[in-house]
Design a protein around this ligand. Structure first.
Ligand code: HEC
Length: 163
């Protein structure tokens, strides 16, 4: 490029960039929690922010991709189908329901689906969609956000319990 053309190029590119700057300033501030995977805002109390470790954060990402449509009421991810279901699924932070289920039971119902565990067949089997490690991450996320908080049992439950 010849040296005399350079200032003109700079002026033109600055002018082109200006409207873009103005547009950016006009947008509203993004919700810091919407994309944050290292925390979860307590579903019952927005003032309470729950820190997530790496595994729980992976679980959160998978939950908002695959489970949120049935296991949450409307969220920033979008509207929920939960209230339309014949057996409304427990909210994923529902400690009163989920805390009493063992990790093994959770792993089984998520892998095999509701009908395999004598529950509603509307709960799909995920064993061909998600790896076992991913399902473990989703369970870790459920335990992290549970209200009332989840307390792990002092000793492991029976391996093939129905709860
Ligand atoms: C199409 C809707 C739907 C989707 C999507 C869905 N579930 Fe479910 N889920 C249900 C229903 C309905 C039940 C209730 C079964 C019952 O209580 O009979 C249920 C039950 C469960 C339970 C057992 C709760 C209990 O009380 O025994 C767990 C755990 C669970 N779902 C986890 C998940 C996970 C993890 C995902 C995503 C990978 C997921 N679900 C996706 C509909 C869904």
């Amino acid at each position: 490029m010849n040296a005399r053309a350079l200032p003109a190029v700079l002026v033109v590119s600055t002018l082109l960039a200006l409207p873009a700057c103005r547009k950016k300033n006009a947008t509203t501030a993004p919700d810091p929690f919407r994309e944050a995977y290292d925390v979860e805002q307590d579903w019952n109390d927005p003032q309470h922010v729950i820190p997530l470790n790496y595994q729980q954060a992976q679980g959160k990402r998978l939950f908002y991709k695959t489970c949120v449509w049935c296991h949450a009421d409307s969220t920033p991810a979008g509207p929920s189908n939960r209230n339309n279901l014949a057996t409304p699924p427990p909210l994923f932070n529902d400690g009163a329901t989920l805390n009493s289920l063992s990790d093994d039971f959770m792993q089984n119902i998520i892998t095999l689906g509701g009908s395999a565990m004598a529950k509603s067949p509307i709960m799909p089997p995920w064993g061909k969609t998600l790896a076992q490690e991913e399902i473990r991450a989703i369970i870790a996320y459920a335990r992290a956000i549970a209200q009332p908080p989840y307390r792990p049992p002092a000793r492991p439950g029976p391996r093939y319990s129905t709860k």
